[in-house]
Design a protein around this ligand. Structure first.
Ligand code: AMP
Length: 112
């Protein structure tokens, strides 16, 4: 499958990985929107939230536990934001489920 995040997960495309286990990996975003901007992805290809079901959704709770761990390791004690853009109106540009972990600055709301 021609998916850039599958290739990052497999190591075929280089990335700055900050975490990896058998189910997920996390790496620095190429175009950071905050001092800390990490993408956490399931290794198994899931296109977006819209492709989640009872069979594959467990990985999402694991992603959040990894996010919590990374927030501690990356100095985000003051807080952080997790975003998963979904579909065209959601601004999703890479069609492999991913969660942006953003921190290191004060976040605005609404995000626009
Ligand atoms: P989204 O727009 O929510 O689909 O987010 C996709 C994110 O992937 C963007 O923030 C991009 O900067 C990031 N991105 C795209 N290609 C790479 C790459 N090769 N390594 C790291 N981040 C990437």
């Amino acid at each position: 499958m021609d998916c850039i995040f599958c290739k990052i997960a497999s190591g075929e495309i280089p990335s700055k990985k900050v975490y990896e286990d058998d189910r997920v990996c996390a790496f620095c975003d190429l175009d950071p929107q905050a001092p800390v901007h990490v993408l956490i992805i399931p290794k198994k290809h899931i296109s977006s939230i819209m492709e989640l079901d009872e069979e594959n959704a467990d990985v999402v709770s694991h992603v959040f536990l990894v996010a919590k761990r990374l927030a501690g390791e990356l100095g985000l004690e003051k807080g952080f934001r997790i975003v998963s853009n979904c579909g065209e109106d959601g601004g999703q540009s890479v069609l492999h489920l991913h969660f942006h972990l953003l921190g290191g600055r004060s976040m605005k709301w609404p995000p626009g």
